[in-house]
Each structure stands twice: as structure tokens, then as C-alpha cells.
Design a protein around this ligand. Structure first.
Ligand code: S3P
Length: 186
């Protein structure tokens, strides 16, 4: 079983993902870091030299390639759900968890960041607000939603483990009851 963390930039996916990996003894992969090391360059340069579209293509290819992996925690880039079909791929891979950070916390953490090409330029606050609003419906299709405001990465990691356990038990129960209520055709 795999667990996939989605959410806006600076919502703690990598630090929480690493902690969950350590606690459960799962391997950890950050899709952005994987793309950077494979391409031998930074995301900013990939956006500069290629384009956002080129980067989104790399994300799509990576999602296909990681499908056979098991017992992984994946932290994904904040825009991964902007591409149609990616949520379906993520759900095939495992349980998808949305880390829902509060907008003021996001703004504070990103204000002086120069590594995120999506947020360079003027009207920073408006850009974050608009992008977050546009992406929210996609994030909310996740299997589990965790509000992270005021919580430490360790607390969030603990909550994810707990809530994913509940989610998986519920899914198992509903699958069992479907099997039990299937008419016997023999
Ligand atoms: C992006 C988020 C980044 C990275 C890229 C694009 C986005 O990942 O994938 O800069 O479109 O939101 P983080 O969410 O890890 O910052």
C-alpha cells in the first residue's frame, strides 16, 4: 500500500511525508526532487528552459512509472492535480491525502521564496489566493483531508497515519459488505 500527499506549495508535504515514512518504515519519494535529480537541474530551470507544460508532462510520465511501486510515501508537487487524469492515476497508486494548510500560513512561508516559478512576479498575495481557489476542488477529491493549521509536522504525520487507517478500514468494510450482499448466482 502507498500513501500520496497532495496540497498547495509550502503545505508541508515533504516534511510530513518523510516523518510518516520513518514511522511506518516505508520508503519516501518527493516527485519534484526526483524530477530535478533525473533532469539534472532545478524546477525553476525546467520552467525557464522548457515551460510549465513541459514540466507537467514530466509529472505525468513519472506518475505512470511509479505505478508498480509499493510501500511508499509520495510527496507531490502542488500543481500535480492541474493535469486531467492525474488524480485517477494517484488513486490507482494508493490512498490520496490532502494537506489543507491555511492561506495565511502558506503566504507567510512563500513570501520570500524564489524557487517556485508559479509565484514569481507581481501581486503575490492575489496569485496565491487565485491559484489556491482554482486548485481547491481538485485537492478536495482526495480520499482523506487533513487541516494542518497550528499543527507541527509530527502532529500532522500522526493524524495522517490515524485517518488513513480509518479510511482503509471503511473501504475494506464496504467491500466486504458488497461481497456479502452480492446475490448468489450459483
Ligand atoms: C508547483 C509546485 C511545486 C513544483 C513546481 C510547481 C505548483 O511543488 O512542483 O514549482 O504548480 O504548485 P511544491 O508544492 O512542492 O512547492
Amino acid at each position: 500500500m502507498n500513501l500520496i500527499l497532495v496540497g498547495f506549495m509550502a503545505s508541508g508535504k515533504t516534511s510530513v511525508g518523510r516523518r510518516i515514512g520513518r514511522r511506518l518504515g516505508f520508503r519516501f519519494m518527493d516527485t519534484d526532487q526526483f524530477i530535478e535529480s533525473e533532469q539534472g537541474t532545478t524546477i525553476s530551470e525546467i520552467f525557464d528552459i522548457g515551460s510549465e507544460e513541459y514540466f507537467r508532462g514530466l509529472e505525468v510520465q513519472l506518475l505512470k512509472r511509479i505505478q508498480p511501486l509499493d510501500n511508499y510515501i509520495f510527496a507531490t508537487g502542488g500543481g500535480i492535480l492541474a493535469t486531467d487524469g492525474n488524480m485517477a492515476q494517484l488513486k490507482l497508486l494508493g490512498t490520496v491525502v490532502f494537506l489543507n494548510a491555511d492561506i495565511e500560513g502558506i503566504i507567510q512561508r512563500l513570501e520570500n521564496d524564489s524557487r517556485r516559478p508559479m509565484l514569481q512576479g507581481e501581486n503575490f498575495r492575489e496569485r496565491v489566493t487565485e491559484l489556491l481557489a482554482r486548485r481547491m476542488p481538485g485537492y478536495l477529491e482526495s480520499d482523506v483531508v487533513i487541516d494542518t493549521a497550528g499543527k507541527t509536522p509530527n502532529q500532522v504525520a500522526g493524524e495522517v497515519i490515524h485517518r488513513v487507517g480509518d479510511f482503509r478500514r471503511l473501504v475494506a468494510q464496504s467491500t466486504d459488505s458488497q461481497i456479502l450482499t452480492q446475490p448468489n448466482t450459483e
